[in-house]
Design a protein around this ligand. Sequence first.
Ligand code: PLP
Length: 407
Amino acid sequence: MTALDIDFVRAQFPAFAEPSLQNQAFFENAGGSYACRQVIDRLTRFYTQRKVQPYAPYKASRLGGGEMDEARARLAALMGVATEELSFGPSTTQNTYVLAQAFRKFMKPGEAIIVTNQDHEANTGPWRRLAEEGIEIREWQIDPQTGHLDVAQLESLLDENVRLVCFPHCSNVVGEINPVPEITALAHAAGAFVCVDGVSYAPHGLPNVDDLGADIYLFSAYKTYGPHQGIMVIRKALGALLPNQAHYFNADTLYKRFTPAGPDHAQVAASAGMADYFEALAVQHGHAGTAAETGAFVHDLMRQHEITLLQPLLDAVKDRNDVRLLGPATAETRAPTVAIALNRPAEPVAAELSEYGIMAGGGDFYAVRALSAMGIDPNEGVLRMSFTHYTSQAEVAKLIEALDRVL
Ligand SMILES: Cc1ncc(COP(=O)(O)O)c(C=O)c1O
């Protein structure tokens, strides 16, 4: 496979040319990524030329509505699903909240949901609250040393009462990539649906949701080079079963069924810029093919670059006895989201790193359950260094050097 053209990539992100951000290496991408120029350009165009109520017959409105439809169609195609299976909501947290309301009505008391303690709170708290409705909540627990989710343990939790299994594609602090197709196959065999939080995975290459087999796949556009939106894939079969959460007259439109509020028109439209960017990357690297093939090509291109850069960072922290690396030390099995526990509050160390031109964060990152389960005080938190395919080798080297100074 061809190597990622990092100069081309960085030229697509205005932040890298922004004077106020010079000489600062960005390592808090799991919090929110830089936006690509394609998204920024579309957002500006929408606000200047198309900022009217969409789907009316006049030109500005037709163009605005058309651009919103285009965003859904092109992102869905890149992810191997039908256009109506992809919808936008204000955030992933809000999307799971609405889905939990739908499952509240769909499920009967005595039925069960499996949640993990590896998830960000967004894909666990709203489900756990359904205990108040008489739904049984079963917790699939991580290994307290490694943070690993063992599939064998899930098997022992599954039975005919389980309707739903909620888990992350990868955790935002452990970083390990969970075997989604294997987990999904087990859940389906037991008669349960799955809800996968892909927020920490999607920025490293959009997955093909059809191949994964997931019934629900969630991620956040603002961490995936786009505007501040949550994106949700709900497959048709499940979407038709769950009770409508939108206005009654929108019940037959799958992409409206689980998004009760009017969407942010400009941001939905600007999300088409994410597809522009992924397609531009494919063209730049000599690839041509269907949308799903383009999605897979760009995914592998990004992952390959990230894996090459990630291993030296893991090697630099894994054997130090003053820090504890969460998750695996092998780059192939994880996302480039590297959290380390320090036995002291992490936030001041992130502040020290900023003096060396490193932008990173310290805290619990809303993964309070995961940190607690691993014996880490959430008030001290972890130092998290997260990067993406647009990060350069020089920036990782700079981070490793800065870590040497502050640890
Ligand atoms: C793994 C994970 N899931 C869910 C969320 C919540 O996403 P949103 O901010 O879109 O609600 C986050 C945000 O940090 C996250 O990291």
